[in-house]
Structures are given as C-alpha cells and as structure tokens.
Design a protein around this ligand. Sequence first.
Ligand code: FES
Ligand code: FES
Length: 168
Amino acid sequence: MPENIAPQKLDVTIRINGKTYARKIEPRTLLVEFLREACDLTGTHVGCDTTYCGACTVLMNNLAVKSCTVFAVQADGADIITVEGLEKNGKLHPIQKAFGDSYGLQCGYCTPGLMLATHQLLAENPEPDEKQIRKAIAGNTCRCTGYVNVFKAIELAGRNMKGASVGD
Ligand code: FES
Ligand code: FES
C-alpha cells in the first residue's frame, strides 16, 4: 500500500476491568475489535456485527452498550467492564453463579452479553419482575434456551444480590 494512503493510527487509552490498555489503532476499529484483538479479551462475543444480537454487550461507564456499535476511539478514557471483569479473585460474580445454578445457558455464546445487560438492570432495579426483565434483555438474542431459564437466572441473581452492590 502506498505510504500516503496508509491508514492513520490514533492513540487510545481505555480502562478495562480496572486495568489500563493503551493502544495505537485505526479510527475505524470497533470497541469489540479493540477488546478481542488488541487486548485479547475474547469473552466478549461477536454474533452479528450489526447491533442486533447483543452478544457483544459490555458496560461502558456503567451503561450497557453493544460494543460492535461503538468505535474504540469513542471509548477513549472510558471505563469498560467485560465478562472477564465480573469474577473477582477466583470467585464468580453472583450473576455468573445464578446463570450457572439456573441453567440459564446452553451453548453460552449469548451469555456474556446477557450477564452484562443483567448487571445494568439489577443496578437500576434489584427486584425486576418478568416484564422488566424481558424489556431489559430485549436487545440480547439467545438461540438456545427459549429464555425461560434466563429469566429464572436473572430473578435469582437479583434475590442473591439483595443488599449487596452489583459491583460485589
Ligand atoms: S455482535 Fe454486536 S449486537 Fe451482535
Ligand atoms: S445459550 Fe446458546 S445462544 Fe444463548
């Protein structure tokens, strides 16, 4: 490629799961690509790349976003939580535990995104009813479970976390 049309690279620094990652990237790099390819955090999945499936959901400054819809440069300076950031010191986060205990997954491809969407829901509403759960995960597609056990997992996570902060 001639030098004058070589892609421009920008410096981006993002705090992910409490650790700072500084990288030089092309402006077109999506946040999900930054996570998976530049930072080797492959727990965030790509299902559609078109903002439909929610497999790529992460928390950006405590709000659930579809990371295939955010350019990494837009996350410069942000705090990101991915599924790798839920477990602490070898102990599963209550949301992770509830998904396991309730059999809220089968292939697991959608699960990281669902757990981060759940994280935001429970931060805002620790005791969601089924209608509120359905609304909160409307942007997360699961092709395996039929959602019944996903709803149970989210209700259980809410019950288990009563009185605790979602960051626990
Ligand atoms: S990969 Fe982002 S919504 Fe499907
Ligand atoms: S568990 Fe397979 S897509 Fe949800």
